[in-house]
Each structure stands twice: as C-alpha cells, then as structure tokens.
Design a protein around this ligand. Structure first.
Ligand SMILES: [Zn+2]
Length: 370
C-alpha cells in the first residue's frame, strides 16, 4: 500500500506526506505538467530549482512517441527524463476521448494516432501495462470521459469507468506480482456536476480498494466545493486524493485543499505563461500589453523566482514582442513557481493553523474583492 502520513487535519483539509519509491511529496502539492516527459520551455533542473516536487506525464502521448520500449530501455520515466523525483502518469483516457473519431466499446477505445493516423486501441488492461512500462510511481485508472454534460451520458460514462476500474485493478495486481518495483494505482472518481453520481462513484471507487484516488472531469469551478465535500467525505481518510486538471485559478487550489485534496495538476500555468499571461498577487496580467513597455519594476516584486529577481517587466515585454525563446522560459519559470509556492504556502498555513486568514488575504487581493 502507498504510504501516506497525515501531519495535521482540520475538517476535510489536511497536510501530509506521500512516500513514493522516487521520494516524498509534502502535501498539499502542485504537480508539474510533463505531458510528453518534458515540461514545456523548462528543464528538469529549472523545475527542481523552482521547488517542484513531482511531475505528471501522459500515457497516450508517451505510447505514441517515443514508445514504451524506448522508455523502458532508458530506465523508465524518472530516469529517461532526468527528473529522478516522484512521478505520476495520467491514463491517457482524457486525451483519447478528446480525439475526433474515437469509438468506444465495452472493451476499450479505438482511435487514430494524431501523429500518423495509425489505428490503435487502448483498454483498461493495455493502459495499465503501458503505465507499468513507463514506470511512474502513481498511475491513474483508465476512465471514460462523458460525451456531454447531460446526466444520462455522465451516468453511462461513470458506470463504464467503474467496470473498467475493476479490470484496471485486476491487471494492476497482476503486474505488481510480476515486477520487483512498487507502483501504485489511483481510481478516478467521475460523475461530473451531479453530486448524487459523484457520491455513487466515490463509494464504488472506495470499494475497489486502490492506493489513492483521482477526482476527474471537473471542468467548472462552480459548485466544486460541494462536489468535493461529497466525494472526500466518502473516500477513506488514509489515502491520498488528486484533483485532476484543476489549478488555472488560484481559488481552485484553495477550495481543493480546503475540501480535502492533497495534490493538483494543471497545464494552464505554463500554457498561459507561453502566451504572456502571468500571475501576480494582484491578479493575472498580459505582459505583451503596451503599458509594460517601459515598466522597469519586477513582474512581481514579492516573488523570489529567477525571473522576478533578475528581470523587469519592460525586458519581459521586449522578449515577448521580439518572440525570443527566453520569453517563454522566464514566463514559465514564474508561473510555475507561483502556483507551486501558493500550494506550498497553503500547506504551511494548514500546519500552523492560519489557512482561513491566508485564504482570505490572498484571494481578496488577487480577485480585488476587498
Ligand atoms: Zn516570479
């Protein structure tokens, strides 16, 4: 079983440590998006230097390229990418179900590679085998994304996800016996915006007894607090919970932690950075805006990242305007540092009992709601 120690809790909220084969993750924690075993615009050293504790790669993308055989030969994900710390893989379900002509059967999902049009199939079993081959510490169960927000579609996708979860668990247990390494499986709770479905899904996922839980398919922050309250009141307290794909807005990280989520991942902070949309304590700004042309102050004076400590807004503006590679690098360092640090500070505030004050102070300034 994946070892998870809770250091302090308050209601559903908790601070703890997940012990993975590649090292510890102090939670709550923001996990870096390394979709293709790489964080866009950043080296793994830069990720380590900015305080990132773990990365999440995507099974679908890695199966297509460079392929499982090569990653295994390289010594698996952490070694291949030179990350050497804790790693997660997403099952690939989310990407496959977002493809234009995916065909879903009870067996799995048939789709065409977006790279060369090859016809492929991913099943719960093959997703588990792929994730074991990639070798991340924590794997996500293969889940079906609903076709729409319609309740019937949601329920159908959830029920199939549950049947697939049983197959994932069976395959995972088989692979666990065949390997000398320890790798862990998270079930994925579905049910969209319907709290009764979320409750049903949480109950089912709990009954399968995985090592931890992913909470998937959350696209709207509206009502997320109620949903997380429902789900995390059902899930066992002693296993970690990962909120999948949420973290673009700082408020989602506060709400996620407050209602019992331990880890988060989101591609948005680095994606926005590459477009010049940068976090500050007073909200997000677009550095390409003409008003920053001769602004010689740091991007965010209170920030200790390499970008803010060394460069001005005017310089960043210039890099974006001239399309320099360094623009994406410095902007990504800042945005990733910002979200990692916000979640680290949430952890500190849980440990010293000041979460409510920190949340109120941070959010009222960020969203200018004083
Ligand atoms: Zn910064």
């Amino acid at each position: 079983m994946l070892k998870f120690d809770i250091e302090k809790s308050d209601g559903l909220m908790r601070a703890g440590v997940i012990h993975t084969p590649h090292g510890d993750i102090k939670t709550p924690c923001f996990i870096g998006a390394a979709t293709r075993a790489a964080v866009k615009a950043l080296t793994m050293k830069e990720m380590r230097d900015l305080g990132s504790q773990a990365i999440l790669a995507n099974t679908y993308h890695l199966v297509l390229t460079p392929g499982l055989e090569l990653i295994e030969k390289a010594g698996k994900l952490a070694e291949f990418s030179s990350w050497h710390g804790p790693t997660f893989t997403d099952s690939g379900g989310f990407q496959i179900f977002s493809l234009p002509d995916v065909k879903i059967t009870e067996n799995g999902a048939k789709f065409k590679s977006h790279i060369n049009g090859d016809k492929l199939e991913m099943t719960p079993e093959s997703s588990m085998q792929a994730q074991w081959a990639i070798g991340a510490d924590i794997h996500m169960a293969f889940d079906q994304l609903a076709k729409s927000e319609n309740k019937r579609d949601m329920e159908e996708a959830m029920e199939r996800t549950h049947r697939w979860l049983e197959r994932c668990k069976k395959e995972h247990d088989k692979l666990l016996k065949e390997h000398e390494t320890e790798q862990y499986l998270y079930a994925v709770v579905q049910g969209g915006t319907f709290n009764d479905l979320r409750a049903k899904s949480a109950e089912f996922c709990k009954s399968v007894d995985p090592d931890g839980f992913g909470i998937g398919g959350v696209f709207v922050a509206d009502g997320m607090d109620e949903m997380l309250k429902t789900v995390n009141s059902i899930l066992p307290e002693n296993k970690p919970r990962h909120l999948l794909g949420m973290g673009q807005e700082p408020i989602d990280l506060f709400v996620g932690a407050e209602y019992g989520c331990d880890t988060f991942d989101c591609v948005a902070p680095t994606r926005m950075a590459r477009n010049g949309s940068l976090y500050t304590l007073d909200g997000r700004i677009n550095i390409k805006n003409a008003k920053y042309k001769d602004d010689f102050t740091p991007l965010m004076p209170e920030c200790n990242c390499e970008c803010c400590k060394n460069y001005s807004r005017a310089y960043l503006h210039h890099l974006f305007k001239t399309d320099e590679i360094g623009a994406k690098v410095l902007a990504s360092i800042h945005n990733e540092y910002f979200v990692v640090t916000v979640v680290d500070n949430i952890r500190k505030s849980i440990l010293d009992g000041t979460f409510s004050e920190y949340k109120q102070k941070f959010l009222s300034r960020y969203y200018n709601t004083k």
